[in-house]
Design a binder for this molecule. Structure first.
Ligand SMILES: [Zn+2]
Length: 138
């Protein structure tokens, strides 16, 4: 903790490479993130802990998929949520994967990146300022 840290000042996450202002550029950089651990590895729900090779910023990588039984165009979403090192360690130590839902409570006030492909629509990359939620998945 910095001595003069103000409580209202938002915490900054990552560097210009992994979590800069340009959502698309940060998103493309995800290929360079190195995997720390796989928390859940299911075909419609995939959770990993990853880190930026440049600044060490930890992220929760989330993939959710909802099957479109009618049109066959499944809804998919990928999220990259920055984590502090203690949060990352806490997730890595969790025995029960469902406990990860607690992340919505700890991390609801911070920005995250999301690539969404809603069924029948184009894929877009957005930076969301707050309110991280796990999307419904099969
Ligand atoms: Zn970085």
């Amino acid at each position: 903790m910095h001595k003069h840290h103000k409580a209202r000042e938002p915490v900054r996450f990552g560097c210009g490479q992994c979590f800069g202002g340009d959502a698309q550029a940060a998103w493309e950089n995800r290929q360079r993130l190195s995997e720390i651990a796989t928390l859940v590895d299911e075909s419609h729900f995939d959770l990993r802990l990853v880190a930026c090779p440049d600044c060490g910023q930890r992220f929760l990588w989330v993939f959710t998929e909802l099957i479109d039984w009618q049109e066959g165009d499944d809804s998919q979403a990928w999220c990259l949520l920055p984590l502090t090192e203690p949060e990352c360690a806490r997730l890595q130590a969790m025995k029960d994967p469902s406990a990860v839902e607690g992340v919505e409570g700890w991390c609801g006030d911070r920005p995250y990146l999301m690539e969404v492909h809603p069924s029948g629509k184009d894929t877009t990359v957005v930076r969301v300022e707050k309110g991280f939620r796990f999307l419904p998945h099969d």
